[in-house]
Design a protein around this ligand. Structure first.
Ligand code: GRF
Length: 203
């Protein structure tokens, strides 16, 4: 790839991972540019974070489109217009379809708060606590058609302690997320992530 990698983030909520990427770009720890936020909840705090950072936000209500394919097509158009190289799903609470997956194959990654394939889907931290595991963690993976099923790029274990609540565990897990996700994005910027079948490698 020639020039700096152009990055977009998709998010639905608080946007602390969006913030971690924005901070890392500003600090030079990510050698790319953060060009666009896509958010399916116009009132989500992440939209305000983008405004504060001076990053363009496309915030839309899925309800105002006839079908999912329609807003995903608009996303693709906006991503392509801005020549986005890497799309990071960071708390984007929808399954993406082939409309988005195909044009961005191999360039779409997601962060999930468990050591996948354990505890995919919603409430991953609550699932881990309820199951009694002593370690959970964070996974960054390529996105495919399934729910948190794509090839795994990087993982970071995080301990669970007796007496943990979803909130106390989430705090520890988010700290790990805010470190791991910028590291993976930077690895992309440096061409250190490859994919061969199910096996992703981050050098
Ligand atoms: C993170 O825990 C991420 O793993 C999950 O959604 C959460 C988003 O948090 N996919 P934030 O909006 O980045 O603070």
């Amino acid at each position: 790839m020639s020039g700096r990698m152009r990055i977009a983030v998709m998010a639905s909520g608080s946007g602390s991972n969006f913030q971690a990427i924005a901070d890392a770009v500003r600090a030079g720890a990510i050698g790319g540019s953060l060009e666009l936020l896509i958010c399916d909840k116009p009132s989500a705090p992440v939209v305000e974070r983008a405004r504060r950072e001076g990053i363009e936000a496309f915030a839309f209500s899925p309800r105002s489109y006839a079908a999912k394919a329609d807003y995903e097509l608009e996303m693709v158009q906006r991503l392509q217009e801005r020549r986005i190289d890497l799309v990071v799903l960071a708390g984007y609470m929808r399954i993406v379809s082939n409309v988005l997956l195909e044009p961005f194959a191999g360039r779409l990654i997601n962060i999930h708060p468990s050591l996948l394939p354990a505890f995919p889907g919603m409430n991953a931290i609550g699932q881990a606590l309820d199951s009694g595991v002593k370690w959970t963690g964070v996974t960054v993976h390529f996105v495919d058609n399934g729910m948190d099923t794509g090839p795994i790029i990087a993982q970071q274990p995080v301990p669970l302690f007796a007496g943990d609540t979803v909130e106390s565990a989430a705090e520890r897990i988010q700290q790990a997320e805010h470190k791991l996700l910028p590291e993976v994005v930077q690895a992309f910027c440096e061409g250190r992530v490859t994919l061969n079948g199910r096996r992703a490698v981050m050098l």
